[in-house]
Design a protein around this ligand. Structure first.
Ligand SMILES: NC(=O)c1ccc[n+]([C@@H]2O[C@H](COP(=O)([O-])OP(=O)(O)OC[C@H]3O[C@@H](n4cnc5c(N)ncnc54)[C@H](OP(=O)(O)O)[C@@H]3O)[C@@H](O)[C@H]2O)c1
Length: 201
């Protein structure tokens, strides 16, 4: 299936950066936050006609759902949504601000925890390692393409996210399962956050 619309839950630094890249690739976006569509009028006007504001549930009903909400607000939100069968890109980091401490995860990585909160969703971890201003920058750079790391356990969902990454003109590196890749991608603690890698050729 070719993704027609991506719903973004969380319209902060990362959500807006992703909306910009999706719009540049000609993909429709529904952008949502906790305060409702009216609060996003100025933001969507800046992002152009490909991007419209919606409710969180409207974003959650899109072909692919991009989740970019603060960690401490994610559990209650995900448990309140019906995400059965949906592809859910987890762009979160399990950070407790302001000290940037690792949240309590019970010995698992954050995407494994988040998958339990998002009952029935097909979770793919991606887009959480680039800083927002880097994610917002042109993916074709220095003679190559900026890399997005990906991990997940649902092969079909991962294939669709890899296809989406290709359409956005990023490169991808598949790190395998959520159990393996989730730790490598995790901030704080993993080795890959803030790595700005460009794949040549
Ligand atoms: N900033 C980065 O460079 C970066 C890089 C990689 C990953 N991340 C991760 O991405 C996530 C978002 O980071 P950010 O920097 O974009 O945060 P941010 O600028 O604080 O934005 C957070 C967004 O989440 C929304 N939100 C919070 N609770 C919500 C709820 N219950 N329902 C709907 N929307 C809700 C907020 O909406 P309201 O404002 O309306 O409350 C806001 O639009 C975090 O997990 C972070 O660790 C950030």
């Amino acid at each position: 299936m070719t993704t027609q619309t991506v719903g973004i839950i969380g319209a902060g630094a990362i959500g807006k950066a992703m909306a910009k890249q999706l719009a540049a690739a000609g993909i429709d976006v529904i952008l949502s936050n906790s305060r409702g569509p009216a609060s996003l009028a100025g933001t969507v006007a800046e992002l152009g006609k490909q991007v419209r504001a919606g409710t969180v549930q409207q974003a959650a009903d899109a072909d692919i759902v991009f989740f970019s909400v603060n960690w401490n607000r994610s559990e209650a939100l995900l448990r309140s949504l019906n995400l059965q069968g949906r592809i859910l890109i987890d762009a979160t980091n399990p950070v407790i601000l302001p000290g940037f401490e690792l949240a309590e995860l019970g010995g698992r990585n954050s995407s494994q925890v988040l998958r339990d909160w998002a009952t029935g969703a097909r979770v793919v971890k991606a887009f959480n390692t680039l800083l927002a201003d880097v994610l917002a920058s042109p993916p074709e750079t220095n003679g190559g393409r900026r890399v997005v790391f990906v991990s997940g356990d649902d092969a079909g969902a991962k294939a669709e996210v890899l296809q989406l990454i290709e359409r956005l003109k990023f490169a991808s590196i598949d790190l395998g399962s959520l159990e393996v890749g989730g730790y490598l991608q995790q901030f704080p603690g993993g080795p890959l956050p803030a790595v700005n890698l460009v794949k040549l050729g």
